[in-house]
Ligand binder design. Structure first.
Ligand code: F6P
Ligand code: MN
Length: 329
């Protein structure tokens, strides 16, 4: 069986009227940047990307060299295509409108250039997450306001995982698809058609070092999982925690599971960023038949107030996410 490459996959989506040529070009550009980032990540300590950049981002987190480099690769790749009105990333304080010497396009791009930074120097999977919105018609300025749209309005989202293999997962709203980077032809090849997350699972992912700070519904849910066959759930659960959201979510997409980064008494709003972590992942997970909530409201229905806002995240196998939601009710 011949597997289509990302380009063919996108052309077919364009022919079906699902995306236009500009959005196709945008996704191709992001994929090309991800390949470049993958190469740099793969070089490890030989590529000069290890270690701290000695600077802080807008969230007050120390930037790694590879965070800065990945951000630059994505900025450079997306500046001149003519399909963007503006872009913003985890590593940028403010949105950057398309430079005036290039045509201004209709889309807005948000990204986390290198998710899972704490894992870079120890050779554990990291990745890139992105979200695409439409710039509201008639907006004279591509400032923060134009970005503050609920995740439900995303027209595309995806993430790359730089692991033992480099993977790209994308959705344009007609299912979630997985691609693997073929290192010989340097193309992304379709390897997972219409991903479907099993509705039930016996695997959870959460940073249990925060347990003492959790709210009661989350504590109850995890306690019941840990009680195993002797507890109210009547079955044993397994735990996995990579501490790279991209890798944890990819596992959930591949074999089911529930991933949680709840709010707690230290991270009162939650830890993950709504606009370039939670929203794209929620879109991808919903398109794969799973669910994503902040405990009370589907992530995709939240109205963002700030570009770099944080949010509680519970996502994955539908029945487990619904159970956690019911404990919050
Ligand atoms: O971007 C935030 C992030 O790196 C996620 O990839 C990951 O899920 C989380 O932080 C890990 O946080 P912690 O340090 O609590 O394990
Ligand atoms: Mn991140």
């Amino acid at each position: 069986m011949r597997r289509p490459a990302l380009t063919q996959f996108l052309i077919e989506r364009q022919r079906a009227g699902r995306i236009n040529a500009d959005l196709r070009l945008l996704i191709e550009t992001i994929a090309r940047a991800c390949k470049a980032i993958s190469t740099r990540v793969n070089k490890g300590p030989l590529g000069g990307g290890y270690g701290s950049a000695g600077t802080e981002n807008v969230q007050g987190e120390m930037q790694k060299n590879l965070d800065v480099l990945s951000n630059e690769i994505l900025l450079e790749a997306n500046e001149w295509g003519g399909n963007l009105a503006a872009l913003v990333s985890e590593e940028m304080d403010d949105p950057r409108p398309t430079p005036t010497n290039y045509p201004r396009g209709e889309y807005l791009l948000l990204f986390d250039p290198l998710d899972g930074s704490s894992n870079i120097d120890v050779n554990i999977s990291v990745g890139t997450i992105f979200s695409v919105l439409r710039c509201p018609k008639g907006a004279s300025q591509a400032d923060e306001k134009v970005f503050l749209q609920p995740g439900r309005r995303q027209v595309a989202a995806g993430f790359a995982v730089y692991g033992p293999t480099t993977l790209l997962v994308i959705t344009v709203g007609d299912g979630t698809y997985g691609f693997t980077l073929d290192r010989e032809t340097f193309t992304f090849v379709l390897t997972q058609e219409k991903i479907l997350i099993p509705e039930d699972t016996a695997e959870f992912a959460i940073n249990t070092s925060n347990m003492r700070r959790w709210e009661p519904p989350v504590k109850r849910y995890i306690d019941e999982c840990l009680a195993g066959t002797e507890g109210p759930r009547g079955k044993d659960f397994n735990m996995r925690w990579v501490a790279s959201m991209v890798a944890d979510v990819y596992r959930v997409l591949s074999r089911g599971g529930i991933f949680m980064y709840p709010r707690d008494s230290k991270n009162k709003e939650g830890r993950l960023r709504l606009m370039y972590e939670a929203n794209p992942m929620a879109f991808i997970v919903e398109q794969a038949g799973g669910a994503a909530t902040d405990g009370r409201t589907p992530i995709l229905d939240l109205q963002p107030q700030k570009l770099h806002q944080r949010v509680a995240v519970v996502l994955g196998s539908r029945n487990e996410v619904e159970r956690v939601t019911s404990y919050h009710a």
